[in-house]
Design a protein. Structure first.
Length: 109
């Protein structure tokens, strides 16, 4: 894993809502409205978090048509594993392309 990938994943996971979304999706894939109800958050807020998780390649989405013809966007976990050890962090640091910490803070929202 490159340093940039590690930073992107850790920044994405540094939000409790996104951790809850991942936990819910480990139980079953789900569509936005049902997932929002399950988590007790608005669809708009959920979609913000899902976009961040998708950008970090932690979840994937696809559209399906329901029996009544409605398009439902389903999300599911994209299998991933992150090894965190002093050695893996040191190796990732050697591949960083950006050392601008302020730019990374903006991506955590």
């Amino acid at each position: 894993m490159t340093g940039d990938e590690l930073v992107r994943i850790l920044a994405t996971l540094a939000n409790p809502h996104r951790l809850r979304v991942l936990a819910a999706l480990t139980r079953e894939r789900n569509y936005v409205s049902a997932l929002a109800r399950e988590l007790g958050i608005s669809r708009a807020l959920l979609q913000v978090h899902l976009r961040k998780l998708e950008a970090a390649r932690l979840v994937r989405a696809h559209l399906e048509l329901s029996e009544d013809g409605k398009a439902l966007k389903f999300y599911e976990i994209e299998p991933f594993a992150v090894e965190l050890s002093p050695e893996s962090v040191a190796a990732a640091v050697r591949t960083l392309t950006s050392t601008d910490i302020s730019a990374e803070k903006g991506s955590q929202a």
